[in-house]
Design a protein around this ligand. Structure first.
Ligand SMILES: Cc1cc2nc3c(=O)[nH]c(=O)nc-3n(C[C@H](O)[C@H](O)[C@H](O)COP(=O)(O)OP(=O)(O)OC[C@H]3O[C@@H](n4cnc5c(N)ncnc54)[C@H](O)[C@@H]3O)c2cc1C
Length: 500
């Protein structure tokens, strides 16, 4: 049978683009189909009044020379003409937990020193924590790339240990327990479920070296698209895939919203597994597999405000500020719409003119999809006054909360733009606007693990739902998916990751 393409990739998030760029480098003929007007998924940037806002990349870690993400970015040319700002070494993340401030410095030695300074009686617990996290990282980063021959993940104890129980086993100091858990927002942590490997990899990722992209985050997607196109590949936007047509346990073709039908030898879905299942007609894939994909539990969604500030009013902060109103940083595990907002994550875009003042900042917090579900079936431009008022009321509450720590904020605001779980649902297609896709559960490690292979011989998954979300997780998933075709060890060698 003749095919139009070697690979068709559904979705142009970081996962789809990295797979596309890697395959194009290997001489494959690639087509990427993207439903949105703009490619990049969570890497998209949007422009308001001439200022750019990112959507789903506020900071990234592991970008020091020799670190895993640095090697991956180097391989994909993502340092060429794209600049990154290293965050404050003395505190890239500042946490305000129930009124007490704590800083997370860059580097494990500095982190240790700072924790001991905050908790001088807790040195053994702090050392025990760091030792164990480093052990997980050493085993697990490799393990993520080491599915066995049947492509089953090598489940180890770190998939079955619960993060919160692990932290509580180290110390009875309640404040230290909270501080060590404080980064859970960036992995959508759930107190009773989040496995230790997720906590360890994400904490290590940022503590090892935290950076911001200077300028638009979409520079990353643009760079990857240009590599794909340079090698003869195609990336078509405004082309949602509406059906995946199968026969004899193989995908034959995909059809887009425009009615175009494309064939390929292999297909990769960068879209959430349950969304992918909704594109396959009844009988097109094993029912038990479809049901398992449809049962995946997902991380919570978000509410975000992107603010344009007046000139010279609000100092640029070279760190993120994480505010928790109460003393439980896992508060979102018992999400309560009546007490919302109980938290925010504030970041500043790096001022491009060298100014010491910020021009664009963002406030981000959890929000449950149920809060906006009643508007889900209405076209995004016609949701009307009820939705508009909801957004405005919530935005005011969040700004009010942030203004308690930053009194100059309110007066500094020129304009702002709001995203809700419906925005993430509309723009990313992740169920209920989930921020980080599938939720991993230490009690059900295999059930919450998504393999790159599906029950259709030539359909594969990639992206944040596989192993780990975020820029690091998605990059590792792309290597795992492409490893199915070119051999993972070969790819690791090419990227120079084989010595890690
Ligand atoms: C608010 C927010 C903040 C975040 N902050 C950070 C951060 O600071 N640092 C970090 O490392 N990570 C962060 N993340 C997580 C990170 O952005 C994601 O894990 C990662 O970008 C996901 O990439 P992906 O390729 O898996 O999927 P996505 O980026 O979700 O891309 C999926 C793509 O598929 C497309 N698609 C969906 N359905 C179809 C269809 N039927 N046909 C064609 N195309 C389709 C979508 O339009 C989208 O372009 C954040 C995420 C969010 C939501």
């Amino acid at each position: 049978m003749s095919y139009q393409y070697d690979f068709i990739i559904i979705g142009s998030g970081l996962g789809g683009l990295l797979c596309g760029a890697l395959m194009a480098k290997h001489g494959m003929k690639i087509l990427i189909l993207e439903k949105n007007h703009q490619y990049g998924g969570s890497l998209q940037s949007y422009n308001r009044k001439g200022f750019y806002f990112g959507t789903g990349l506020h900071y990234l870690g592991d970008l020091d020379e020799g670190q895993p993400l640095h090697k991956i970015f180097k391989y994909f040319g993502l340092f060429d003409d794209i600049n990154y700002q290293r965050l404050d070494d003395t505190g890239f993340d500042v946490f305000n937990i129930g009124g007490n401030e704590y800083k997370f410095p860059i580097g494990w030695n500095s982190f240790r020193e700072k924790m001991v300074e905050y908790f001088p009686d807790e040195e053994p617990a702090i050392d025990g924590y760091i030792k164990e996290i480093q052990k997980v990282v050493e085993l697990q980063e490799l393990n993520l790339l080491n599915a066995n021959d049947n492509n089953e993940i090598n489940i180890n104890e770190y998939h079955t240990i619960n993060t919160w129980e692990f932290i509580r086993s180290l110390t009875s100091n309640k404040k230290l327990q909270q501080v060590l858990s404080a980064l859970n927002f960036v992995y959508g942590g759930v107190k009773s479920k989040s496995p230790l490997y997720v906590h360890a990899l994400i904490n290590n990722h940022y503590i090892s070296g935290a950076y911001r992209v200077i300028g638009r985050t979409s520079q990353i997607s643009e760079k990857l698209v240009s590599q794909i196109v340079d090698k003869g590949g195609e990336v078509i936007t405004n082309s949602a895939v509406v059906s995946i047509d199968t026969s004899d346990d193989l995908v034959k073709s995909v059809k887009t919203i425009k009615g175009d039908v494309f064939t390929a030898k292999n297909f990769i879905s960068n879209v959430h597994p349950s969304t992918t299942m909704s594109l396959i007609p009844d009988g097109g894939i094993k029912k038990s597999f479809r049901n398992r994909m449809n049962r995946t539990e997902n991380t919570l969604s978000a509410f975000a405000i992107n603010l344009v500030l007046k000139d010279n009013c609000f100092k640029y902060r070279n760190y993120n500020y994480n505010y928790y109103k109460g003393d439980d940083v896992w508060y979102a595990s018992n999400y309560n719409s009546d007490t919302w907002p109980e938290h925010y994550f504030m970041y500043c875009n790096v001022p491009q003119n060298g100014s010491e003042y910020a021009k664009c900042i963002g406030l981000l917090t959890h929000m449950e999809y149920a809060e906006v579900a009643k508007w889900k079936d209405i076209d995004s431009k016609k949701r009307g006054a009820g939705y508009k008022n909801f957004k405005e009321e919530k935005a005011q509450k969040l700004i009010e909360l942030a203004s308690k720590q930053f009194p100059e904020l309110k007066e500094s605001i020129d304009s702002y733009y709001v995203s809700t779980p419906l925005t993430y649902l509309d723009y990313l297609g992740s169920p209920k606007g989930s921020m980080y896709g599938t939720l991993r559960d230490h009690k059900n490690p295999l059930g919450s693990y998504i393999h790159p292979r599906t029950k259709l011989g030539n359909l594969f998954f990639t992206g944040q739902n596989l192993n780990l979300h975020g820029i690091l997780g998605v990059s590792l998933s792309a290597i795992i998916t492409c490893g199915e075709f070119f051999g993972k060890d070969n790819i690791l060698k090419e990227i120079n990751l084989d010595d890690n």
